[in-house]
Design a protein around this ligand. Structure first.
Ligand code: ZN
Length: 436
């Protein structure tokens, strides 16, 4: 009897103790103390990401400051890592982690290509941090596809002594949809590329069309009050977009180009510093570059940016598919198209993407949503619109599984995100809107 009483007291003590630990955890501290550590302003670091298949390094270049902090204030320590890069910011004095951000990069894709075996890549990248009130340390860590971390860089930033350049306002900003304050919403910012001054009317019209592509697609549709969409009214010297395969080279606002890492339809921007400099005229959490071109193309990288071409029959689908990558960290559910990345989802490793599984740690994915279906689930009409475990996804036909037969992350279907992908978007809206 004594023994059981002791057990009860002991478990009460454990409960109290774990509550105490929770209070001390960096998550709780940062959630309560945005104002202790940060000003309502953004710090941006431009840096270079250099390397090849054998190794990589980070070279910081310029700190910029200005604007407001439009990101989360409650979940300053991210609840989960979805990208391969992690930026960690620590209080320089106490070493407490006060901010983390995971994201992916074009460099991360480049190093998996055949070209990276022999060639070195040098890519522009940026990170945004709420502006620290006191000196901080910042660290870059990269996780390989086997989820092993490699430390890349540690630097210090002192708000009083580190050289910084101010944001400079240059462009008119068009409000396309305002669901709430920047602090409490996912702020999507459009940057038009390849629109010359002669294309002014088209630019204004296209921005509205693309805002509707987003807002009319579920789950954006149901979450309009958690989303803001704005566009930078920025013009390019020339109209059109660079397409090296057709020997077309254009002088545009942020230098977007087809044939990125040797895939013709892969449309990306190599001037990432300029892109963020243009973007900092408005609050933004996610960038969509709208490229004035009739040639099919696009791209999207988690917490980095997304692109789409303006005029083709699939532009609505490409817009939301690429935002699936860049905003929700979703993986491609298809396995038939040409890609240059290799061994993207190694055997025996659970992918970080919420909509793909190798069944290694399926319980972390959509296992709880399954209802009486065989695993793997046959890819037959009987299982249309049913959550299952369909083999094929993430660029391979075997060993990687997807939750739905034909989701927007697999087929050219607009407004067809599966329940698993919608849930991933739901977490993002919660992340950005959690301060209310
Ligand atoms: Zn899906």
């Amino acid at each position: 009897m004594n023994n059981s009483k002791f057990k009860i007291q002991n478990s009460k003590f454990l409960l109290l103790f774990s509550a105490f630990c929770f209070l001390l955890s960096p998550f709780f501290l940062s959630a309560q103390h945005f104002e202790t550590y940060f000003e309502n302003k953004t710090l941006r670091l431009d840096y270079l990401h250099i390397g090849n298949a054998q190794g990589e390094k980070i070279e910081p270049v310029t700190f910029w400051q200005g604007g407001i902090w439009s990101g989360t204030r409650e979940q300053l320590i991210e609840p989960e890592r979805l990208g391969e890069m992690v930026l960690t910011v620590k209080d320089a004095q106490t070493n407490d982690v006060i901010f983390t951000r995971s994201y992916s990069t074009l460099f991360g894709e480049f190093v998996t290509t055949e070209r990276a075996e022999t060639e070195e890549g040098k890519f522009e990248e940026c990170v945004l941090i709420p502006y620290p009130k006191m000196p901080v340390k910042y660290e870059f860590t990269v996780f390989c596809r086997h989820n092993n971390p490699t430390f890349l860089y540690e630097g210090e930033f002192n708000p009083k002594t580190t050289p910084q350049k101010p944001f400079v306002k240059e462009y008119n900003v068009i409000d396309l949809h305002i669901g709430g304050t920047a602090e409490n919403c996912l702020d999507i910012l459009f940057i038009p590329d390849g629109y010359s001054k002669k294309n002014k009317k088209k630019l204004q019209k296209d921005m509205k069309i693309f805002a509707d592509y987003i807002l009319n697609c579920s789950p954006f549709y149901e979450n309009k009050d958690k989303i803001n969409i704005r566009a930078i009214e920025g013009y390019s010297k020339e109209s059109g977009i660079t397409n090296p395969n057709a020997n077309v080279f254009k002088n545009t606002l942020i230098n977007s180009s087809y044939n990125t890492i040797d895939v013709d339809r892969y449309l990306m921007c190599l001037n990432v510093w300029k892109m963020n400099e243009v973007a900092d005229d408005a609050p933004y959490d996610a960038i969509l570059i709208i490229c004035n071109s009739t040639k099919y193309g696009g791209g999207g990288i988690y917490n980095f940016y997304a692109t789409v071409n303006s005029d083709c029959q699939f532009s609505d689908y490409v817009t939301v598919h690429e935002l699936g990558h860049s905003i929700a960290g979703l993986g491609d559910e298809y396995f038939t198209s040409e890609v240059s990345v290799r061994d993207f989802y190694p055997e025996g490793v659970e992918p970080v993407e919420p909509n793909l599984t190798t069944l290694v740690e399926f319980e972390k994915k959509w296992k709880l949503l399954l209802q009486d279906v065989p695993v793997p689930t046959p890819d037959t009409d009987e299982y249309n619109n049913v959550i299952g475990v369909f083999e094929g996804g993430g660029y391979v036909a075997k060993g990687v599984f997807r939750p739905w037969r034909a989701c927007t992350m697999k087929e050219k279907i607009y407004n067809g995100f599966c329940p698993v992908c919608k849930e991933a978007f739901g977490k993002v809206f919660e992340y950005y809107g959690s301060s209310e």
